[in-house]
Design a protein around this ligand. Sequence first.
Ligand SMILES: CC(C)(COP(=O)(O)OP(=O)(O)OC[C@H]1O[C@@H](n2cnc3c(N)ncnc32)[C@H](O)[C@@H]1OP(=O)(O)O)[C@@H](O)C(=O)NCCC(=O)NCCS
Length: 152
Amino acid sequence: MAVDGVSRVRRAEEADYRTATEVLLRSRYASVPAIPSLVHSDEEVKAHFVGTVMPFAEVWVAEVDEAVSGVLVLNGNWIEQLYVDPDWTNQGLGTALMERAKVERPEALDLWTFESNRGAQRFYERHGFRAVGGTNGDNEEGEADIHYRWVK
Ligand SMILES: CC(C)(COP(=O)(O)OP(=O)(O)OC[C@H]1O[C@@H](n2cnc3c(N)ncnc32)[C@H](O)[C@@H]1OP(=O)(O)O)[C@@H](O)C(=O)NCCC(=O)NCCS
């Protein structure tokens, strides 16, 4: 990993959920227009992830000097969320989280990404994912998306 500080990937605890959601929010804001704007308020997003999504999924975080700087949400074989804090992108944290996802789900992984998010598509293709489908906007944001799959 290209990070200077001490970094590691670990399973998130309940106490991390809010911080992990804040990383996700910072990443979403920094990614517009490659990723469409959120259709819910920050507080709605926090309540949704902290109260509804994360307790029923498998959440992993990437830390730099013990600060949560990336988040991975796995649900079944799906990567539901993968976000790295904008201050830490391009330094290997996303790769470290993806490698963890493959260790945890060694057979196959699925995910959705927006068609407009070319950077993420390069990242997923480099990690062996292939496009297997997509929609013209069958998501909350109403924008075209791509279904990617990785198989061992
Ligand atoms: C996509 C993402 C998780 C990759 O993690 P990372 O730690 O930045 O990636 P790594 O350092 O391991 O690998 C670098 C690659 O990530 C991708 N990447 C880097 N910054 C990115 C950004 N701001 N947005 C999208 N992809 C990015 C690129 O493919 C890059 O390779 P490149 O040099 O060919 O451009 C991370 O960049 C991110 O959170 N981006 C913004 C949000 C996002 O797109 N999440 C995925 C939603 S489906």
